[in-house]
Ligand binder design. Structure first.
Ligand SMILES: CC[C@H]1O[C@@H](n2cnc3c(N)ncnc32)[C@H](O)[C@@H]1O
Length: 483
């Protein structure tokens, strides 16, 4: 097997860069030494790491939307609106689907049609087609840090162009932007692609430039048990720090039961610190990201605001460093700037009102935290064993064995044997643990929780519960109760 969790040799890296920069015409604009100077002249308040660390040290939860449109000026207007009217702390640039598949020719066509029709004909910003200079127009126009958000298995060129363009945060990873996003891309390939991205961030760091890396926490965003998303986030952080990344934001997608969601963020922070420290690193800054509900949303805007508010509440009470905000147009598609801003303002109000409050650490919260920790350690220990100590090798073999398994993922490299379902209080449990390396104590915990629900609903624990739960929130509930 090709992959190895080893820092890419600098000379080999610089050689590979020449190939990557040739893969589209705008790659020739990238001059990394010039880009380092550009970053060095960036105002402090535009550097993502500064804002994240300040929030972490001052127990603040920052708010950030997703947003991206096809034309540069319109994208700048959008981000300005979300900053000024939406009161966003941090801004994104969400990349379009063609660019995510390296289909730059189609993205070019989308830009052309957008100019002709004067509306965005792409579902995001096609950064590779625009190149470094156009990206810099965004960074120079926006008085806040901007992060690249996307879903790209091979993000090497996208990283080269956007980081040279002045973006100071880059989302994604070898698992989180492959298994939930692609059907036929091998993990060996995406591990190597993302080792390149992380090595590039490490290269910037070696030249004094702080860039944050954020593995994509929610994965398929549908009833993903905390231990599954934690395992992936921590593995991607371990691969990243090996390449010289010093700042990582680890994410989790809200599931909806408050106690479990708070315990999820607490355990994510604890586990990330443990694993990174055990690897011998003592200079990594870890922050956390809470994603408001990523599953199906109610069409009714008032109900959508309730889901957004619930996510805002859980993010504040979990003390996450930042929350990724949804809009009341979630069930409809790409939000208008006004709708996007209203999701932010709803979140802002909740965050502010909870600023001076905290939730008691209850026994149930500890039970949830401990089971997530136990499950995640069981998975990661097996990954390390399968890899004979090498995390990269372990990831590939763990997916082959079903030791890593993401619910509802499209990838042919994913076993898809596990099944989640909500218990009687809406916490996400395992209906089927597939080949996960769980002992009977863990399995019985989940089976008992689901039996409680079956008893209450007077029906057998079955796949029907999974189906009912997938639609529950969009139908105004949390637990998918029988008709
Ligand atoms: C990860 C999927 C999420 O990203 C959101 N999203 C994708 N593209 C855009 C976009 N261009 N503007 C705003 N939100 C977006 C989408 O609504 C969904 O909530």
């Amino acid at each position: 097997m090709q992959v190895k969790n080893k820092k890419i040799d600098k000379e080999l890296f610089l050689k590979e860069r020449q190939e990557v920069l040739k893969s589209w015409s705008t790659g020739k604009e990238v001059d990394i030494n010039e880009a380092v100077e550009f970053h060095k002249n960036m105002p402090e308040n535009k550097i993502m790491v500064n804002k994240l660390i300040d929030a972490k040290n001052n127990n603040k939860t920052l708010i950030q939307p997703r947003a991206g449109v096809a034309l540069v000026e319109a994208h700048i207007d959008l981000l300005k609106f979300l900053l000024e009217k939406g009161e966003a702390d941090l801004l994104p640039t969400t990349i379009d689907s063609y660019t995510r598949q390296n289909q730059y020719q189609e993205a070019e066509q989308g830009i052309k049609e957008s100019y002709e029709t004067r509306r965005s004909m792409l579902n995001g910003f096609p950064a590779v087609n625009y190149g470094v200079k156009e990206c810099r127009k965004i960074i120079e126009a926006i008085d806040a840090p901007v992060e690249v958000r996307h879903g790209t298995p091979d993000a090497r060129l996208l990283a080269e162009i956007t980081l040279a363009g002045g973006f100071t945060d880059f989302e994604g990873g070898a698992i989180s932007y492959n298994i939930p996003y692609a059907k036929k891309v091998s993990l060996e390939d995406t591990i190597q692609y993302w080792q390149y991205v992380d090595r590039l961030v490490g290269y910037y760091y070696e030249h004094g430039i702080k860039i944050n890396r954020e593995p994509f926490g929610p994965l398929t965003g549908t009833l993903v048990p905390p231990a599954i998303s934690h395992s992936v986030a921590i593995l991607e952080a371990l691969l990243a720090v090996k390449q010289g990344v010093k700042y990582v934001s680890l994410g989790y997608g809200q599931n909806g039961n408050l106690i479990q969601d708070i315990a999820a963020i607490q355990s994510l922070k604890e586990l990330a610190e443990k694993y990174i420290c055990d690897e011998g690193y003592d200079d990594i800054e870890i922050t956390t990201v809470f994603h408001q509900w990523m599953g199906g949303f109610p069409q009714d805007e008032a109900k959508a605001f309730a889901v957004i508010s619930w996510g805002a509440t859980a993010s504040a009470l979990s003390k996450a460093t930042k929350v990724i905000v949804k809009s009341p147009h979630e069930a409809l598609g790409i939000p208008t700037k006004e709708a996007n801003a209203s999701g932010l303002k709803t979140t802002r109000q909740i965050i502010n009102m909870l600023r001076d409050q905290s939730i008691e650490q209850t026994k149930n919260m500890d039970i949830e935290r401990e089971i997530i920790i136990e499950e995640t350690i069981a998975i990661l220990s097996k990954v390390k064993e399968l890899g004979d100590g090498d995390w990269a090798v372990g990831i590939v073999r763990a997916f082959e064995a079903g030791v890593l398994d993401i619910p509802f993922a499209p990838s042919q490299y994913n076993s898809g044997k596990i099944l989640p379902a909500r218990d009687n209080k809406g916490a996400v449990r395992f209906l089927n643990t597939g080949n996960l390396p769980f002992d009977n104590k863990i399995k019985d915990f989940h089976a008992d929780k689901l039996k409680e629900r079956g008893f209450y609903e007077e029906r057998d624990v079955s796949f029907q519960m999974v189906v009912d739960d997938i639609y529950a929130i969009s139908k105004g509930m949390l637990v998918g109760r029988p008709k």
